[in-house]
Design a binder for this molecule. Structure first.
Ligand code: FES
Length: 297
């Protein structure tokens, strides 16, 4: 039995927006639909939007969903979130907002919130006459999971938007990897590449140690140095190691000697020394002090 929130159950048992919207040909009004999923895969959602053409405001939205409790509740939540919004505003609704509106979803059901977001995008693309095969996200890129037809672009997107760090989480969000499992290694590779991009795109801010944008001339105190080492490990090093099945824990700092405990794959890996030197020591030297020497304990 899934542990659903009261909000999920309320929307599932009493949905207000189930059904279709008939296009009556009213002047200035356009009806568009967006389809996602397939009944063969267990979930399918058709979202109907009634849009005022001159303002692009969503006047009404309805859904026809084949799926479980969370699929129905996510569809209802989506409709409640987008009602009255313009199409551009609605496009900013993320699967996270859908899940938050429901007070959360079980991890294994997060794909229902993703499905809602995708149906919305499909409907808006249809409204604007943009063919789905030119959709900049999901329908481009190489198929990684052939069981569910999921592309690398879609997997990357869900990893970035939801800060996912394991293939199992990716399966929960977009189903990829949940069939034969032969794509799991590729999903791991995508996670690792996203983590690496994150590391290079978000340098650690040294604002703690800066004044008005200029580096403080005072050297770091021992406490500041340890705090900065910990921060660099947490923000720049550990995400990369975790993506490869390892991890590192700061054990102690004695002067310029940084003692760490390598964990998981790093601890048993024959190349752990190289990992230490390249991934950890060089990073800490760049960010904290050129004098640091890292050793495993
Ligand atoms: S190819 Fe992804 S689960 Fe089979």
């Amino acid at each position: 039995m899934w542990d659903y929130t009261d909000k999920v159950l309320e929307l599932f048992y009493n949905p207000q927006h189930q059904g279709a919207i008939e296009d009556k040909g009213e002047p200035g009004i356009k009806v568009a639909v967006g389809d996602v999923g397939s009944i063969a895969c267990g979930d399918a959602l058709r979202l109907h939007l009634k849009v005022e053409e001159n303002t692009e405001k969503i006047l009404e939205a309805r859904f026809q969903t084949f799926g479980c409790t969370s699929a129905i509740a996510s569809s209802e939540a989506l409709v409640e979130l987008i009602k009255g919004k313009t199409l551009d505003e609605a496009l900013k609704v993320t699967n996270k907002e859908i899940a938050n509106y429901l007070g959360g979803l079980p991890e294994a059901k997060m794909h229902c919130s993703v499905m809602g977001q995708e149906a919305l995008e499909a409907a808006i693309y249809n409204y604007r006459g943009i063919p789905l095969d030119s959709h900049e996200d999901d329908d481009e890129g190489a198929i990684v999971c052939t069981c569910f037809g999921i592309s690398d672009v879609k997997i990357r997107r869900v990893i970035i938007e939801n800060n996912l760090t394991t293939a199992e989480e990716v399966t929960h969000y977009v189903k990829a990897g949940g069939g034969c499992g032969s794509c799991l290694a590729n999903i791991d590779d995508i996670i690792a590449s996203v983590q690496k991009e994150k590391v290079s795109a978000t340098p650690v801010s040294n604002s703690l140690y800066q004044t008005n944008g200029k580096s403080a001339v005072k050297p770091l105190t021992p406490v500041q140095k340890i705090a900065l080492i910990q921060r660099v490990l947490d923000e720049e090093v550990r995400p990369v190691l975790i993506a490869d099945g390892g991890d590192v824990e700061l054990f102690d700092v004695e002067g310029d000697r940084v003692k760490v405990i390598l964990q998981g794959a790093c601890g048993s890996c024959s190349s752990s020394t190289a990992t230490l030197k390249i991934a950890i020591e060089s990073r800490l030297r760049d960010r904290v002090s050129k004098e640091l020497v890292v050793e495993a304990v």
